[in-house]
Design a protein around this ligand. Structure first.
Ligand code: CO
Length: 630
């Protein structure tokens, strides 16, 4: 033991996960450039600047070309390594792509400046990471293979060691422990890192979110056990759902046995800049809780909890919140304990909501759960409940091969489809990854900027999930109301209020939650009795019965001249009737996809469909005109 201090690397995530977590992935390239030179001088191990949701968000919301962002940042950062988050075979999307797409994507990302590729799979299925890892290696870049950390009966030290060995065998240069929910405790981290370090002798990098408040303590114990690099965000965009603060970790790690090579005085200059930038994104800056106690209590990502509130409020069933929270671990057990990260968190979460709302478990399942049970997402980490699987997919045998082995090459067929519009491989990849968004973007007709509903792109990686959860009823009985897709239809009020009881240290507190197009607001305090009674009624599963009729006069989005407007932010999924169609009151005119559920928009009266103001794929805000009835 000499007096030599151990170097701890700092990866600054401000330009990717920091603003993805706190500002709904909205930071524009122009706000990154003025500070780039200073950041580049700092001595960071690397900067995470790309991947995750940033690729999608650039096109969808900012009208920016994600490839241009990468090229621009590469030019701006001359010294520091750039890093990206890659979802294995899902790349930066939400489903598996064929191997030729993985090859092309990794090659282009490497060419335009990514040095370190952090690769993960939502099921920790190494087969879904293997192709991307191979390609990164082929392009001469650093392969950081990721272990998603989660809790559950199958997740013992041996599970993680086995996965670590597999990743090392297929070419990992380093290992990332990804604690996406912020549930890795300091002592568990110590044991985990110590064991992995001893077994693998590879560099280990820690990633967490501060939601539970344990993040910086966890980092310190992980470092004591041998972790080499930690992910932090600039203090102006740290804590809450983001990472621990860069400056705090520098201050702590420039003492004692460690050094970071980064000067705290210099680093503190960055915060002055980012504080100002953050102000410009105030409308997306909605997370105000310091610590989300529910993450500690339920050990699910914070993003899932707010998704439940949205989904339940749409179904007018906020009183089912606790029931849904209790259903989550049961669904997760049925599915073989997948980690809760994009996209598995949405798959488990939506199914838990359906199981509670329909009153019968798996009476309705999302297409995603069907595909999961068919093995199309990969191998479940634990044993799937075979009885439930049979209920969902019948006698069909789940696949046992790597899911992407079943995919035909995609590049040539995409070329045929898009034709001249994609001028190079970069643009073709935009189209393959996000066809609906890329087409208007490439045509120059994107209405992305400033036109998006805020709540569509929530913070947290787990939440950014524009893909719909199509609801596939097993008992096709759409008219029965309960247990059908129609249960989720006809949410035509703009603001809803409901109550949730929380148990704080044994004391039951009631929270009042109001939901409107801009998200939700939580107030403490009592409801008056009359209000409470009314809520109780509203919280029943909506169906096409007398109650629905009774509520009709209160419906806010049908104006006197029979103009029907959007009740909530979302996207037009399907326009079913066209101008001139005869309709009866209650006929389905179009389907609005919001919060991953399909919502039927019904004709408010008998008549003829007039002007239709939206097209399939359009994003709408509450109050936007959808169609008229004459
Ligand atoms: Co993250």
């Amino acid at each position: 033991m000499s007096g030599q201090k151990r170097h701890i690397g700092i990866t600054d995530t401000t330009l990717r996960d920091g603003h993805q977590s706190l500002l709904a992935t909205r930071m524009k390239t122009k706000d990154m450039l003025p500070i780039a030179e200073k950041m580049d001088e700092m001595g960071f191990h690397s900067l995470e600047v790309w991947g995750g949701a940033t690729f999608d968000s650039c096109m969808r919301f900012l009208n920016e070309d994600p490839w241009e962002r990468l090229k621009t940042l590469r030019k701006a950062f001359q010294k520091t390594k750039l890093q990206m988050l890659l979802r294995g075979q899902n790349l930066v999307g939400y489903k598996h792509y064929a191997d030729d797409v993985v090859e092309a994507f990794v090659a282009k990302a490497a060419e335009h400046g990514i040095d370190i590729f952090r690769i993960f799979d939502a099921l920790n299925d190494v087969r879904n990471m293997q192709k991307a890892m191979e390609e990164v290696r082929k392009n001469g870049k650093h392969v950081q293979a990721t272990i998603c950390y989660t809790l559950g009966p199958i997740y013992d030290l041996e599970y993680y060691l086995k996965m670590g060995r597999e990743l090392k065998d297929i070419g990992a240069d380093s290992i990332c422990i990804k604690d996406m929910a912020g549930i890795l405790s300091p002592y568990a981290a110590y044991d985990l890192v110590l064991a992995l370090k001893k077994e693998l002798s590879l560099p280990i990098q820690m990633h967490t979110h501060y939601t539970s408040g344990m993040g910086s303590m966890m980092y310190l114990k992980a470092i004591e056990a041998g972790a080499d690099v930690v992910d932090t965000a600039n203090s102006a965009l740290a804590l809450g759902t983001s990472q621990p603060a860069t400056e705090t970790m520098i201050a702590v790690l420039n003492e004692g046995a460690y050094e970071t090579g980064i000067d705290l005085e210099q680093a503190s200059l960055l915060a002055e800049y980012f504080k100002e930038v953050r102000k410009d994104y105030e409308e997306f800056d909605v997370y105000k809780a310091g610590v989300d106690v529910n993450v500690l209590r339920y050990q699910v990502p914070g993003g899932m909890l707010s998704n439940f509130i949205s989904q339940l409020s749409q179904a007018n069933a906020l009183d089912k919140f606790e029931a849904v929270l209790q259903e989550v671990p049961r669904v997760r057990a049925d599915m073989g304990f997948p980690p809760l990260v994009t996209p598995s968190s949405q798959i488990v979460g939506s199914q838990a909501v359906l199981n509670i709302l329909t009153g019968e478990r798996y009476k309705m399942v999302t297409n995603e759960v069907k595909n999961y049970m068919k093995g199309l997402y990969g191998k479940a980490p634990g044993e799937v409940n075979e009885e439930i699987r049979k209920k969902i997919i019948g006698d069909e045998r789940p696949i046992t091969v790597r899911p992407a082995d079943l995919l035909e090459p995609q590049i040539e067929s995409a070329k045929q489809e898009i034709g001249e519009l994609a001028k190079n491989m970069e643009e073709l990849l935009l189209y393959i990854l996000f066809p609906q968004v890329a087409k208007p973007f490439l045509e120059g007709t994107s209405t992305a900027e400033e036109s998006q509903p805020k709540s569509v792109a929530k913070k947290e990686e787990q939440q950014v999930e524009p893909k719909p959860m199509a609801v596939a009823p097993i008992n096709t009985n759409l008219s029965s109301g309960v247990g059908s897709a129609a249960s989720f239809a006809a949410n035509r009020k703009n603001t809803r209020t409901g109550g949730i009881s929380f148990n704080f240290n044994g004391k039951i507190e009631k929270l009042k939650i109001s939901v409107d197009g801009n998200g939700y607001k939580v107030d403490t305090g009592k409801f008056d009795d009359e209000k409470e009674e009314q809520e109780e009624q509203n919280n029943e599963i909506p169906s096409h019965d007398a109650k629905e009729e009774k509520e009709a006069p209160k419906v806010a989005n049908i104006s006197a001249d029979s103009t029907v407007t959007a009740p909530m932010p979302g996207k037009i999924f399907k326009v079913i009737l066209s101008k001139g169609s005869k309709v009866r009151q209650g006929d389905i005119v179009m389907i609005l996809e919001a919060m991953k559920m399909e919502n039927e928009i019904l004709a408010p009266m008998d008549g003829t469909v007039g002007e239709i103001s939206v097209a399939e794929g359009d994003a709408v805000n509450p109050g936007d005109i959808l169609f008229k009835i004459k």
